[in-house]
Design a binder for this molecule. Structure first.
Ligand SMILES: *Cc1c(COP(=O)(O)O)cnc(C)c1O
Length: 355
């Protein structure tokens, strides 16, 4: 058991009135904090009023980016229960990111306990309107004030919470995706599989380019041949080609999404074939030209399922379907969100209640 010292705020913030429509702009009254010191380990787990952090201008994270983050949600169910979705997977992925970034690991149960504790303290902040949730952002960064390049000897683990609005306020509308043929996000042996800020810093230039051209997200190709499909900005990608579900295999440069894993398990439970393999952009173009590219969708915690209606690669613009969401995409969305909001049974044992 993690011994967490709780200090409650004496000035609770006014909660927003009416349904929340933003993402990541409002924060709850409290935050979780825990320090790591070499020779001592993780210590001083505590929940405090939400406050700014003070760090040295020489702090290692500001110069060399030694940090990782996670993202999950708490859902206020139709039965009034609060659920987390597969938090143990976030704990495992934290340690996998930490190993890559030379950040000390932490026991999986400690991670889950910390998430549950902070959500329980700010339970009243969980929005209850349909399709809303409480976004949970755990993160760890090196805190040494030292300009030499070396792993930090001290770290801070924080969890902050942000009530977030319905992702699809006006229904699941397919988005346009830009297949990036110049910049790359990650290479084999790099840190593409880790959830770390550096991967996002590296992605901004292409995102700006795509936005300027009217596309909402970037689809990355592999870092060597710029030919094989990897993933979208903050989502993994799936294709339905000739009746089969196909997704890029995890190769070290793709983020192993928890939603991705859930989509694969749900599809297999329906008896659908799911192939995890290499897919080249040219195979996609061929499939689209021969009418076998039936559905394209992204998967991630924020949107769960994000249907793709248009894909651009250099001079090719591929339109997928008729501009509405495909039947498998819709059924996956209904099933996974149904489990998250307690609307349907959870045969996989994925949800964890917060008391
Ligand atoms: C977080 C993330 C995903 C999606 O992972 P989920 O666990 O499904 O939310 C996909 N790609 C990148 C780059 C990510 O950071």
């Amino acid at each position: 058991m993690l011994d967490i010292k709780v200090t409650r705020t004496t000035h609770p913030a006014k909660k927003p009135e009416g349904p929340i429509t933003s993402f990541g702009k409002i924060f709850t009254d409290h935050m979780f904090l825990m320090n790591y010191t070499e020779g001592i380990g993780w210590h001083d787990a505590r929940i405090e009023p939400f406050h700014d952090l003070t760090i040295s201008p020489a702090c290692v994270v500001l110069h060399y980016g030694q940090e990782m983050f996670e993202g999950l949600k708490a859902y206020y169910g139709v039965d009034g229960k609060v659920r987390l979705f597969r938090p143990i997977m976030n704990a495992r992925r934290t340690n996998s990111s930490n190993r890559r970034l030379c950040i000390p690991e932490l026991p999986e149960e400690m991670f889950v306990e910390a998430v549950k504790a902070i959500v329980a303290v700010d339970r009243d902040w969980i929005p209850t309107d349909p399709d809303t949730s409480l976004y949970i952002r755990p993160f760890i960064f090196g805190t040494d004030a030292f300009l030499g390049v070396a792993p930090s000897q001290t770290y801070l683990f924080c969890i902050i919470l942000s009530p977030s609005g319905a992702y699809y306020a006006s229904g699941l509308k397919p988005v346009g995706i830009w297949i990036e043929d110049d910049y790359v996000r990650a290479v084999r042996g790099g840190m593409g599989f880790a959830k770390t800020g550096g991967n996002y810093a590296c992605s901004l230039a292409a995102q700006v380019k795509a936005h300027d051209d009217g596309y909402s997200q970037v689809l990355w190709l592999d870092g060597v041949e710029r030919k094989y499909i990897e993933e979208v900005g903050a989502m993994n990608i799936f294709f339905k080609i000739g009746g089969r579900i196909v997704t890029p295999m995890l190769n070290g440069s793709i983020l192993p999404g928890i939603t991705r894993d859930s989509v694969i398990q749900v599809c297999r439970s329906w008896g659908m074939e799911v192939e995890e393999r290499k897919i080249s952009v040219f195979e996609l173009i061929d499939a689209q030209k021969s009418g076998r590219l039936e559905e394209v969708f992204g998967s991630g915690t924020a949107a769960v399922i994000s249907p793709v209606g248009k894909l651009r690669y250099v001079d090719e613009v591929m339109t997928i379907g008729d501009g509405s969401i495909g039947p498998v995409s819709q059924k996956l969305y209904d099933t996974i969100t149904g489990i998250q909001w307690g609307k349907i049974a959870d045969p996989f044992g994925w949800t964890v209640e917060v008391v």
